[in-house]
Write a protein that binds this ligand. Structure first.
Ligand code: PMP
Length: 323
């Protein structure tokens, strides 16, 4: 779907997957006016296909667009575009029963050609799809994380809450540092004090205190994950308390060592929930519990995945039937 100044959104097309032809002076290539989303289509037990909370992705896409000075796409248009692609590619949606899905990647780029720094006046919204295997083919495994003190992902007043390529570009070197320290993922801390936990590479974090789960509050510099938001509610359905709060790295370590912080996990569309095993930082390292996936972590993962795949009843009206 195209957008041009004056005309707004027009010319929706469903076309075979093919390379785009881009002018070397395309403004996105130089000034990174780009935003994207990620969501999954699952096959339900009755053979139909559904998306999980696509309206929430559409709303986040609008917030990202505003921050990047791009035009907002109506929520209905975003969802209708995803529906149209899933219907076209329905054969690629794997059978019900596993964790496989058809992953959708909606995105928007500027298409105007020019070398001046200003918002473009032409854009293209596109949705592509790709089959996605199970994130943990051999069973859920804890990840090791590196607390990044040398780099920050987002600053107050910056774009941390937006899903834009620049945030991921800023994360690559820190991710490489984490890998060099023998860790799977980087954990981001706040930009000012380097002590408040924000999020993991492409996932939000949760801290399990017995019967209560706590996730870092939305300060504006972390992404408001749809999985994160869903878990605040699913946890309550299962009888846990859930809340947003502030967790410092010192508290993380102290509460693990004194046994009150029983489990830590990360959550996002790709893996649903990933347990955190070993934590490494410049100041030392520690392990959550016995290093195995925790009971609350696995229970929440099962409950949310069952809603997403249609194996359990969706009392929140989150699933969106496509085909
Ligand atoms: N934080 C970041 C930086 C991410 O890229 C993602 C993945 N979209 C998340 C958190 C989790 O968001 P969601 O639950 O909407 O996938």
């Amino acid at each position: 779907i195209k957008w041009t100044e004056g005309r707004g959104w027009h010319d929706a097309q469903l076309t075979p997957y093919a390379p785009l032809s881009i002018d070397p002076a395309n403004m996105t290539l130089h000034y990174a006016q780009e935003i994207f989303e990620g969501l999954k289509a699952y096959r339900r037990p009755d053979g139909t296909v559904s998306l999980f909370r696509p309206e929430a992705n559409a709303e986040r896409f609008q917030r990202s667009a505003r921050r990047l000075a791009m035009p907002e796409l109506p929520v209905e248009t975003f969802v209708a575009a995803c529906d149209a692609l899933v219907r076209q590619d329905e054969a690629w949606v794997p059978p019900h029963g596993g964790e496989e899905s058809l992953y959708l990647r909606p995105f928007m780029i500027a298409t105007e050609v020019g070398l001046g720094v200003r918002p473009a006046n032409e854009y293209l919204f596109i949705v592509i799809a790709s089959p996605a295997g199970a994130y943990f083919p051999g069973g859920v495994k804890p990840v090791s994380v590196w607390l990044s003190e040398n780099y920050v992902r987002a600053v107050p007043g910056g774009m941390g809450f937006a899903k834009t390529g620049g945030n991921y570009a800023a994360s690559l070197l820190a991710q490489a540092e984490a890998a060099a320290k023998g860790c799977d993922q980087v954990v981001w801390l706040d930009a000012l004090e380097h002590k408040w936990v924000e999020e993991m590479g492409g996932m939000n974090l949760y801290f399990v205190y017995g019967n209560k789960i706590v996730t870092p509050e939305l300060t504006g510099s972390l992404l408001a994950g749809i999985t994160r938001d869903s878990l605040l509610q699913v946890a309550r359905d299962l009888g846990y308390e859930s809340e947003e709060g502030r967790i410092s790295t010192g508290q993380w370590r102290r509460d693990t060592e004194n046994g009150t912080l029983t489990e830590v996990f990360a959550c996002g569309t790709a893996a649903v929930i990933t347990p955190v095993g070993t934590v490494k930082s410049a100041g030392g390292q520690w392990t959550q519990g016995d290093g195995q996936p925790g009971e609350v972590t696995l229970r929440l993962r099962r409950a949310l995945l069952d809603i997403q795949t249609g194996a359990a009843e969706d009392t929140h009206g989150w699933t969106h039937q496509v085909a």
